[in-house]
Design a protein around this ligand. Sequence first.
Ligand SMILES: Nc1ncnc2c1ncn2[C@@H]1O[C@H](COP(=O)(O)OP(=O)(O)O)[C@@H](O)[C@H]1O
Ligand SMILES: [Mg+2]
Length: 382
Amino acid sequence: MPSPDLVSTSLSEADHEVLFRTVINTAVDGIIVIDEAGRMLLFNRAAENLFGYTPPEVLGRNVDMLMPEPYRSRHDSFLQRYMTTGEKRIIGIGREVTAQRKDGSTFPMYLSVGEGRVRGMRVFLGIIHDLTDRTSRERDFQELQNELLHALRLTAMGQLTSALAHELNQPLTAVMNYLNAARRTLDAGGEQAIGRVREFMDKAVSQTQRAGQIIRRLRNFIEKRDSDRQLEDLNSCVEEAIALGLVGAPDRDVRITTELANDLPPVMIDRIQLQQVMINLMRNAVEALESATERKILIRTQRPAPDFVQVSVTDSGPGIPPDIVSNLFIPFSTTKAKGLGMGLTICKAIIEAHNGRIWVAAPKGGGAEFAFRLPVVEETQA
Ligand SMILES: Nc1ncnc2c1ncn2[C@@H]1O[C@H](COP(=O)(O)OP(=O)(O)O)[C@@H](O)[C@H]1O
Ligand SMILES: [Mg+2]
């Protein structure tokens, strides 16, 4: 009997057999059929190419040989559970899994599984779509994104070079003053000389540490790196961002206030990326204040609801120019002669990658307020 699925009813049984084999073997995706015990009954050409096995090497053997550990040891029990409970984990659903080739290497694949009956026997048909290309494209994209973030951190710091040089110069000058004072004290001699010299030296040491800390923060921030999320203390992350992002601001008569909530839970973040967001917001605030007479920046952290924390940067500048307000977070939107218009775009991308949200508001008293929220991780998840 010709299959009712086929329109060409003129085909003979033998033709069907040929057609069936042709379909199976010309399929681009791998096709594998197994019986109830997981033994392979069919292994098409595409599967041969994907796994590097020939059919005689696999037919009759357990399909778990095509999986890496720990899936390999678990497969039999998965199959068993399905037989007894009928609970569908993959059948009719499909999912992304890892497969193992003959040479031991692994590759990502999309596996969809269907169930059928052949002569009263239950069989499972797996279709395997190789995802290697897609993941390498994703990886390329991820690398490109990291490069971009890195480039923009360099740009941000480049713009701060003179302020940073000034910031470093202060502890160095202090060290020189303490050392000179120590030498003069020694030259003058006297009973209390040693005690005073020790005091000067302690002060010199702490100034050196201060300079070292500035350099360390800077180096961490501009280092080239892969993204890395950990549970972090938001307030200390904010404080470090302030040290870099608002460097030099007090010299320009900008008054900085912080209101950091002390009951914040740790958040799952890429610390450097989050600092990149905050530094972008702080630089924008400082730049907006250039034309302002009253120059204030307020940095605030809070937990407005149990399931999220919020950071905001508020300035007393002129506010967002109306013609740009709807395009703020879009690339190349800038009102500055030397602006890149990438800062807020990057902020949005980073915050959204952390499952958060970023927005701008116009405070009652004027100026601009940028804020973002991040989800609080359940303790069990953490
Ligand atoms: N705090 C702020 N106050 C007023 N305008 C702002 C503020 N922050 C951002 N803007 C506006 O948004 C634009 C885009 O900012 P951004 O994406 O950081 O790019 P850029 O700073 O290179 O211009 C700025 O050019 C400015 O017009
Ligand atoms: Mg900017």
